[in-house]
Design a protein around this ligand. Structure first.
Ligand SMILES: Cc1cc2nc3c(=O)[nH]c(=O)nc-3n(C[C@H](O)[C@H](O)[C@H](O)COP(=O)(O)OP(=O)(O)OC[C@H]3O[C@@H](n4cnc5c(N)ncnc54)[C@H](O)[C@@H]3O)c2cc1C
Length: 459
């Protein structure tokens, strides 16, 4: 027991395997391995007094996409990207690699503004995937557009899939309902009772995309400063940014820290850093591949609250994640491997494909996502500051959305306005989360109920 013997310790204890530092510089991620990320030199940090026209804080997809578009909107300006570890070190280089237009926020836009605005929102996010295609044509990132399957583990979830399909239809987008037999034709699993096939969704290797984007922004003149953990940002004219090694004065700044933002005192009451875990199998044998079907190589997610997602890799593995989303006390980002989550996840894969019993797991890793209470991101200006901008709250679905966020942020910084800067997520107030320790109590009790009470069963 803890806190005077009243509250249980698990409510407050953090991931015991998490290294003490914010960055341990090695993530046992299959993506990082397969991209050869650890052979790629880390860029040296800026040191001493520095000046920039624009300083971007955070070298994930959002920060790099912003830098890329700014370089063409503001040619000749000094754009500096300050990344605490190395570009792609955060969620961007560790995620499941699902690149799904529309996510996150489509449901909220639909409910608040109706199908026409929702369709415009979907089209805007699709520009993000178009941009990924452009990067992929120069820097291979194993991009495959195979559509996705959302699969129901329970008859009770089927109504929701029908409602989703109607929404897609009302936006003029196709989505196909699958009955049990149709799902069975798509993959050889008895776990699912129905599904929805959504065209246009893609899968990719996110670490390769991150490395490619780093090359792309360097090729257009962006100064990439890695190992440059930002300690403080002071809005003003100029904006002053202090890193471990440098003091940077910038005319404008962009905060692209997503789930890490609360670590430097930003959005502590709006952004909930949740952790998600991912595993990779060894490459499947021809016999195993045949046994699971899955010839369409779609990205798959199920319909439970804490769902599992799985997708094939180019070299014949399955990368799969989800099943839990633990919150560590104080919003601490998790970079280690939390055994209970990994074990649950591996069990879930074998529930989906019992025919893979005995398959080896080669990699397991975790990453930090930035959730808002309503699962909708926000892009805008920081408080009253007219020269500090931010893009956060991409939840578990930021691969495509951060590309769009970069386009929007670049326009905001350059003072340009168009249909993208008028999207409903721009300037949106994120709902309040509530303080610690109340927050831990609510989030962890919810997680406990999902995992332990059988609300989110692995069967
Ligand atoms: C395990 C996992 C699976 C996911 N799966 C998917 C998926 O399949 N599809 C999908 O669309 N989305 C997925 N997501 C979500 C998606 O990865 C994120 O929404 C997206 O990558 C966010 O990008 P970002 O650039 O905003 O943040 P990040 O990628 O987190 O980038 C923030 C960067 O800031 C750096 N940083 C932190 N603190 C500081 C500091 N003080 N100073 C300087 N730099 C700092 C970090 O090192 C990091 O590189 C997943 C996320 C996780 C964790």
């Amino acid at each position: 027991m803890f806190a005077g013997g009243v509250l249980p310790r698990w409510l407050f204890s953090n991931d015991p395997d998490r290294p003490p530092a914010l960055y341990e510089f090695y993530v046992d991620s299959f993506w990082m391995d397969s991209a050869g990320a650890w052979q790629e030199p880390v860029r040296p940090p800026l040191r001493g007094s520095q000046k920039a026209d624009v300083a971007i804080v955070g070298g994930g997809f959002c920060g790099m996409a912003t830098a890329y578009h700014l370089a063409s909107l503001l040619p000749g300006k000094r754009i500096v990207l300050l990344e605490g570890a190395r570009c792609g070190y955060g969620a961007s280089g560790r995620n499941g690699g699902f690149a799904d237009p529309g996510m996150p926020g489509l449901g909220w836009v639909y409910d608040e503004f109706g199908p026409e605005v929702a369709r415009a929102y979907w089209d805007a996010t699709a520009l993000g995937l178009t941009q990924i295609h452009a990067f992929a044509s120069e820097y291979d990132c194993d991009l495959e557009v195979n559509g996705s399957l959302e699969l129901a583990t329970d008859e009770a979830h089927l109504d929701d899939l029908v409602a989703q399909q109607r929404r897609y239809q009302s936006m003029g987008l196709g989505a196909e309902l699958l009955d049990r037999a149709a799902v069975r034709r798509a993959i050889a699993s008895e776990r699912f009772v129905g599904g929805l096939r959504i065209p246009g969704h893609a899968i990719l290797n996110p670490a390769k995309l991150a490395l490619g984007m780093r090359r792309a922004i360097e090729s257009v003149g962006v100064v990439v400063s890695e190992r440059s953990k930002v300690l403080a940002i002071e809005p003003g004219h100029p904006v002053r940014i202090r890193t471990e090694y440098a003091d940077v004065e910038a005319a404008k700044a962009v905060i692209a820290l997503n789930g890490y933002a609360p670590q430097i005192g930003l959005f502590e009451q709006r952004i909930l850093p949740l952790t998600n875990y991912v595993c990779a199998t060894e490459p499947l044998s021809a016999k195993q591949r045949e046994a699971i079907g899955w010839n369409g190589r779609e990205g798959i997610a199920d319909t439970r609250t804490e769902f599992m997602y799985l997708r094939p890799t180019r070299d014949g593995r399955i990368v799969f994640g989800g099943e839990s989303a633990p919150y560590f006390y104080g919003g601490s980002p998790a970079t280690g491997v939390y055994r209970p989550s990994i074990e649950r996840l591996q069990k879930s894969l074998l529930v989906t494909f019992p025919q893979l019993e005995g398959v080896g797991f080669t990699h397991a890793w975790g990453g930090t996502m930035g959730f808002t209470r309503d699962f909708v991101p926000s892009i805008g200006r920081l408080g009253d500051a007219d020269d500090v901008f931010y893009g956060v709250g991409f939840c578990g679905e930021g691969v495509v959305m951060t590309q769009l966020a970069g386009m929007i942020l670049a326009r905001l910084v350059a003072g340009e306005e168009d249909s993208l800067t008028r999207l409903p997520i721009v300037g949106r107030q994120m709902p309040w989360l509530g303080p610690e320790p109340l927050r831990s109590l609510v989030v962890r009790l919810t997680e406990w109920a999902l995992v332990t009470l059988g609300v989110n069963p692995v069967r």
